[in-house]
Design a protein around this ligand. Structure first.
Ligand SMILES: NC(=O)c1ccc[n+]([C@@H]2O[C@H](COP(=O)([O-])OP(=O)(O)OC[C@H]3O[C@@H](n4cnc5c(N)ncnc54)[C@H](O)[C@@H]3O)[C@@H](O)[C@H]2O)c1
Length: 412
């Protein structure tokens, strides 16, 4: 198995910081792998790179160190614990050296406020930004001895792209890059720079990422695995599990109100309606496929600074049963936003690495359960999505292990 690197776009953010602290704490025997899907059946039947062997790097537009990011998480939400951060502090310092400045093209004013550096687009054409991102990925692989790099987008949510169809083919997309089309979003530039050099890509955010038609074509042609969009971690996870129950019992859900309050930087960025639009669409879309008769489906997201990295969702479900009897169900979910999300980013990196090693390019429908808006998958029922993952694992568990590629012969 090759040396696998995980490149976080948004590497100084809460999810990336928690994932890095967690992975290094697992490596040092300081914590368990609870919360990681690849560490339990059925996935544990497959051979993945060990969590402790993953090498981390990334892009961000902020300057704060991983130690500072982790300390802020501990102070505002208690996760990770301070002792855990102390145990991996040297690792965090080493990884800090591998986080470089990125692009925030079309990420909106809220993200611009976060930036400590001049982002790459300040003095570069779009083609030059892409070249720089490719160089950054390559330099990391060279310096760290990484021969399989997985790029995972955990950057702030961007505003939605208008008319994404204009980038439907690879040719149209590459022409736009060459002609310095400054309407292209940063997430798709990171994705392009990854896929064009054969690096698998996961989009944990609702941003455009690799959903552009031109990027799908590129990934399919080049045989590179990729998948998105928007990690399914809290309220949306519960919705995907509960909605099929109402459908299966022919209980007619009339209204589903979901109100989310959170206090972290993600919440601050989502205060801007332009950044929020994509998140509302992916959260709301889960119910559309499962409950087609729903009369009223609303999601609200509000920023409540004092909550820190904790998110509370309150959902109110109004439904009708036999003899038109009106009934309701309510639930409250309170979760540590990053503790829920971080392990899934490590799972995605491992599963994409596995697919890449087997030459399985293009979108990865078996990963649908990880996402609110799984790219190319209409199935939103969580149990069916998990069945698809189990089937994938069963198919591969029966295979012979992949032979390592022989080293090329040298003269000496
Ligand atoms: N926490 C969850 O459960 C969850 C679930 C699904 C999706 N998400 C999404 O994951 C993303 C990350 O969440 P978070 O809580 O870590 O947010 P965060 O605000 O803590 O971190 C985001 C990081 O991205 C950086 N960034 C912003 N734009 C960038 C760019 N163009 N290039 C490089 N870096 C950039 C920011 O400086 C910040 O450090 C958000 O888009 C969020 O909506 C989170």
């Amino acid at each position: 198995m090759s040396d696998v690197g995980v490149w976080f776009v948004g590497a100084r953010g809460n999810i990336a910081t928690t994932a890095i602290v967690g992975a290094r704490a697992i490596a040092r025997g300081e914590t368990s792998t609870t919360g990681m899907v690849t560490e339990r059946p059925p996935c544990d039947a497959l051979e993945f790179p060990a969590v402790g062997d993953l090498t981390f790097g990334g892009h961000d537009v902020r300057e704060r160190s991983l130690r500072e990011a982790a300390a802020e998480l501990a102070a505002t939400g208690g996760v990770p614990a301070r002792e855990t951060i102390d145990a991996v502090a040297d690792d965090l310092d080493a990884i800090d050296e591998r986080i470089v400045n990125g692009t925030a093209l079309n990420c909106g004013p809220r993200v611009a406020e976060l930036a400590d550096h001049e982002p790459l687009e300040t003095d570069r054409t779009v083609a030059a930004i892409v070249d720089r991102l490719r160089e950054d990925y390559a330099a990391f692989c060279d310096s760290e001895g990484v021969d399989r790099l997985i790029v995972v987008n955990v950057a702030s949510t961007e505003p939605e792209l208008a008319d994404p169809e204009r980038y439907d083919g690879r040719e149209a997309l590459e022409r736009a890059i060459d002609e310095n089309d400054r309407e292209l979003p940063a997430s798709s530039l990171y994705a392009y720079a990854a896929l064009v050099d054969g690096h698998p890509y996961a989009n944990f955010t609702p941003s455009t990422g690799s959903t552009l038609g031109g990027l799908r074509e590129l990934a399919a042609e080049a045989g590179v695995p990729h998948m998105g969009s928007d990690g399914k971690t809290g309220e949306s996870l519960v919705k995907a599990a509960l909605a099929p129950m109402f459908a299966g019992r022919n209980l007619r859900v009339r209204s589903w109100e979901g109100h989310n309050v959170l206090g972290n930087t993600d919440g601050r960025v989502l205060e801007d309606d332009r950044n929020k639009a994509g998140k509302l669409a992916s959260k709301g879309g889960i119910l559309d496929g499962i409950l087609p008769d729903l009369e009223h489906n609303r999601v609200r997201i509000d920023y409540t600074p004092s909550l820190g990295d904790w998110k509370t969702a309150w959902d109110y479900v109004h439904f009708e049963g036999f003899l038109e009897t009106e009934m309701t169900m309510q639930f409250t979910w309170e979760g540590s936003d990053s503790a829920l999300a971080a392990p899934l980013t490590l799972d995605l990196a491992r599963l994409l690495s596995f697919a890449d090693e087997r030459g399985e390019g293009g979108r990865q429908p078996q990963l649908a359960s990880f996402f609110k808006a799984p790219d190319g998958v209409d199935e939103h029922d969580l149990s069916r999505q998990l069945d698809a993952l189990s089937e994938y694992v069963a198919d591969h568990a029966a295979e012979d292990p992949v032979e390592p590629t022989p080293e090329p012969a040298t003269d000496d």
